[in-house]
Design a binder for this molecule. Structure first.
Ligand code: E4P
Length: 225
C-alpha cells in the first residue's frame, strides 16, 4: 500500500519525504487556503519535494470548465493528478480527461456505487472518505472493502486511495481491506512509526549497553563522533 501525505504544508511534506517512505501527496482547496500562499507557488514547491503523484483539486462545477482546469493542472507538471468531485459534471470531465491520458482522482466518494461510476469513467484513483463517513455514523472501512470487491470482481484498474483517515487503526483497516493507497495528515503519518513499548524497550537496551565493556567493533564510529 502506498503512503501519501494529505496537506499543502511544505515543511510537513519535506519532513515526511525525508523519512524515505512517502509515495505522493494529496491536496485540496482547504489545504491550499491553510498554506496562506499562492496556488502556483505552493504547488511548484510541492512538486519539487516529492517525485510522485500529487493530486490537485479542480473547483469548477460544469464539465467543460473542469476539463479546462484539469488540462491546465496536467500541463503544470507531469506528476499532477487532477482531483475531481464525484458528481455528474465531474464524471463527464473525468471521462474526457482520461481519454486524453490525463490522470484523475475522483474525490468525496461516500458510496460503493459512486466508486463504480468513477471506475467506469476511467478514473486513475477513487478517494473514499473514511473518517467523515464514521463521523456520520456509518462504517467507513466497509466502504473500502466493498469498493475492493467490486473492482476485483469486474476487473476495474482504478486505484483505491483511502482518504480522510484520522487514526492508526484506520490505516491498519485500510491494509486489511486492500486499499492501494492511504493518504493522511502529517501527525498521523508520524505516529505510524511510534509505539510506547518500542520506546521503553529501546531505553532498556541502551541502559543495559552501558554495562557492556568497551568494544573495538565500533571504534571508527566513536572516533568520527
Ligand atoms: C483527500 O484527498 C482529502 O484531501 C482529505 O482526506 C479530506 O478529508 P478530511 O478533511 O476529512 O481529512
Amino acid at each position: 500500500m502506498q503512503l501519501f501525505i494529505d496537506t499543502a504544508n511544505v515543511d510537513e511534506i519535506r519532513t515526511a519525504a525525508g523519512w524515505g517512505l512517502l509515495d505522493g501527496v494529496t491536496t485540496n482547496p482547504t489545504h491550499i487556503a491553510k498554506s496562506g500562499r499562492g496556488f502556483e507557488e505552493v504547488l511548484l514547491e510541492i512538486f519539487g519535494i516529492v517525485d510522485g503523484p500529487i493530486s490537485v483539486e479542480t473547483v469548477s462545477l460544469d464539465a467543460a470548465s473542469i476539463v479546462n482546469e484539469g488540462r491546465a493542472i496536467a500541463r503544470f507538471h507531469p506528476n499532477a493528478v487532477v482531483k475531481v468531485p464525484v458528481m455528474i459534471e465531474g464524471l463527464k470531465a473525468v471521462r474526457q480527461l482520461s481519454s486524453e491520458g490525463i490522470k484523475t482522482n475522483v474525490t468525496l466518494c461516500f458510496s460503493p456505487v459512486q466508486a463504480f461510476l468513477a471506475a467506469k469513467a476511467g478514473a486513475t484513483y477513487i478517494s473514499p472518505f473514511l473518517h467523515r463517513k464514521e463521523l456520520a455514523g456509518d462504517d467507513g472501512i466497509s466502504l473500502v472493502r466493498e469498493i475492493r470487491a467490486i473492482y476485483d470482481r469486474y476487473g476495474y484498474r482504478t486505484r483505491i486511495l483511502a482518504a480522510s483517515i484520522r487514526t492508526v487503526r484506520e490505516v491498519l483497516e485500510c491494509l486489511r481491506a486492500g486499499a492501494d493507497v492511504a493518504t493522511m495528515p502529517f501527525d498521523l503519518l508520524e505516529s505510524l512509526y511510534k509505539h510506547s513499548m518500542t520506546d521503553a524497550g529501546l531505553a532498556m537496551f541502551l541502559d543495559d549497553w552501558k554495562k557492556v565493556p568497551p568494544t573495538r567493533l565500533f571504534a571508527d564510529l566513536a572516533a568520527a563522533r
